[in-house]
Design a protein around this ligand. Structure first.
Ligand code: FAD
Ligand code: SIN
Length: 518
């Protein structure tokens, strides 16, 4: 298959770019591939909302910029912060134009919420299911555009670069498209593209305990890494402080930070509001600080979780703002007006990723990246809550503008077909499952919120064993999604551990016991 624009991923980043470029160039073909149902993505589960400055009296760009820089702990790219925040309102209004609905307050103005690290009310939201509403509106727009072809259940295996061309290297260098696994028909084919956009989302599943859905296996970052793109800041894995604690220890429904913005308290088992001991902003300190404080509290007390206390809040108002969270708690026999909600930190967001410039260009020509898989410099060492959806909207626009101002390159290359000679169907699925469990346990226990050089060095050694076994399996087996995802997660784990070892100073979400100044 050939296409003008290939977009890998159907979350906010991929869909926003696709809508814009398809509307501007109705004669050009946009192809979106996505590995699950069309709506499945981290975007679909976003709760809190989009941080954007809309209240001219009580808020300002200056304040939002300052909050983002403080959260990023000195490692943000200030020019990028300035650009994203100042452009936020324009990009947000486009979402409204495309039909996304956001909650209004009693006076009919957009209702603004607050989350950790924000000094003003500025988070626009659709109840506690903001991402699902954005996804709905964008997909509806996509389906109206005839020049967008959306292929669900199509898994990108690897980017096609010179490495695949068997010496037949053309003058123009870069990315030529992707090898795709059609999951329903069990077939592999190539999509040759004039421009490729990775919008493949996050990495949460590398840790067993995560707020992310099962699609978040870091495929785009791993593919870009194998294609020799520059990847940075992977040590800054963001742990969300308040995932619902469930006794199976795996599933991690998010209790939005907006609930703390609404007035909920964090308490330890003896009832103490412990955050007051750690930061004067208490429950509304930035996410890195709250997660690290909970981790300390748990280590001190030997408990498995802490609690979110909503019992003093107006329950009817809570139900209106957070119907999904209220319902989920009820299903777990937690009546929020009476019971404290058991919560624990879980891996949530990757602040690092594929390095891009202001136009979303990666270091590989013709390969762009947008959204959570990219590293723009906005987040530094720790992302400010609700800045991710915003970043995706702004960068999708910049990549679109780049394409408006530049000719689409013509890439005439002879791409060899996928070669799986000598491979056979893997008979022992247990090898994949076992290695996945090992990897997730390794990352949780050795590469978690608090790290040490000793644990990181041990993690690398253990990861090598997993890597060798998975590579052997990959080379000898026919492609399956779970095998490719495992291989990608091993690559991502390698990046997180190695970039952690390289960091000699604790910053934001990165905390290593050996870096504490004596
Ligand atoms: P995603 O939305 O994750 O989309 C990635 C897409 O790529 C998916 O369609 C996936 O199927 C596809 N894909 C991946 N690999 C492949 C492959 N190999 N082949 C084909 N397709 C592939 N951020 C905020 O700003 N505000 C919030 O309130 C907020 N709440 C959140 C709540 C939760 C529970 C979670 C998990 C995240 C939240 N975040 C929030 C973060 C935010 O949702 C994500 O960072 C953002 O949605 C990422 O968008 P994206 O388009 O980059 O990726
Ligand atoms: C939340 O609602 O707590 C998640 C917000 C975010 O990740 O930005």
């Amino acid at each position: 298959m050939t296409t003008d624009y290939l977009v890998i991923g159907s979350g906010i980043a991929g869909l926003t770019f696709s809508v814009k470029i398809a509307e501007k160039f109705p004669k050009r073909q946009v192809t979106i591939i996505t590995k699950s149902n069309e709506e499945e993505s981290n975007t679909k589960y976003a709760q809190g909302g989009v941080a954007v400055v809309l209240d001219a009296e009580k808020d300002s760009f200056k304040k939002h910029i300052q909050d983002t820089l403080i959260a990023g702990d000195g490692l943000c790219d200030e020019a990028v912060v300035d650009l994203v925040i100042k452009e936020g309102p324009k990009r947000f209004r486009e979402l409204l134009d495309w039909g996304a609905n956001f909650d209004l307050d009693k006076s009919g103005k957009l209702d603004l919420g607050k989350e950790g690290g924000h000094s003003a009310y500025r988070v626009v939201h659709h109840k506690d299911i903001t991402g699902a509403e954005i996804e709905r509106a964008l997909l509806a727009r996509v389906h109206q555009l005839e020049n967008i072809k959306l292929l669900p259940h199509h898994f990108a295996i690897d980017l096609i670069t010179n490495h695949h061309l068997q010496g037949n290297i053309p003058k123009q260098d870069g990315c030529y498209g992707v090898y795709v696994f059609d999951q329903k028909n069990n077939a592999i084919f190539t999509i040759q593209a004039n421009a490729t956009l990775l919008a493949s989302g996050g990495i949460g599943r590398v840790y067993g305990h995560t707020t992310n859905p099962v699609i978040a296996t870091g495929d785009g970052i791993a593919m870009a890494y194998r294609a020799k793109a520059l990847i940075k800041d992977m040590e800054f894995v963001q742990f969300h402080p308040t995932a619902l604690y469930e006794t199976d220890g795996e599933s991690s429904f998010l209790i939005s930070e907006a609930v703390r913005g609404f007035g909920a308290y964090l308490r330890n088992r003896s009832g103490k509001r412990f955050m007051l001991d750690y930061d004067q902003r208490a429950e509304l300190a930035s996410r890195d600080i709250v997660s690290q404080s909970i981790d300390r509290e748990l280590k001190k007390t030997g408990e498995t979780h802490v609690f979110l206390d909503c019992t003093h809040l107006d329950v009817e108002a809570f139900k209106t703002h957070f119907p999904n969270i209220y319902q989920k708690c009820k299903e777990n026999h937690i009546a929020i007006e009476r019971d404290w909600i058991p919560v624990v930190p879980a891996s949530h967001y990757s602040c690092g990723g594929i390095v891009v410039d202001r136009d979303g260009r990666t270091s590989v020509p013709n390969l762009f990246a947008c959204g959570e898989c990219s590293r723009t410099g906005l987040h530094g060492a720790n992302r400010l809550a609700s800045n991710s959806l915003l970043e995706a909207l702004v960068y999708a626009h910049h990549i679109f503008k780049f394409h408006c101002n530049h000719e689409l390159p013509t890439l005439e290359v002879a791409i060899p077909k996928w070669n799986d000679e000598g491979t056979s169907i893997a008979k022992e699925h247990v090898l994949i499952q076992h290695n996945l469990r090992q990897l997730q346990a390794l990352m949780r226990d050795y590469v978690g919120i608090v790290r040490s050089n000793n644990r990181l060095s041990k993690a690398i050694k253990r990861l090598d064993l997993i890597y060798n076994e998975v590579e052997d399996l990959y080379k000898s087996s026919k492609i399956t999604t779970s095998l490719c995802e495992l291989r990608n997660m091993v690559n991502v784990a390698h990046l997180i551990i190695n970039q952690s070892l390289e960091r000699k100073e604790n910053k934001g979400g990165y905390y290593n016991l050996d870096n504490i100044k004596k």
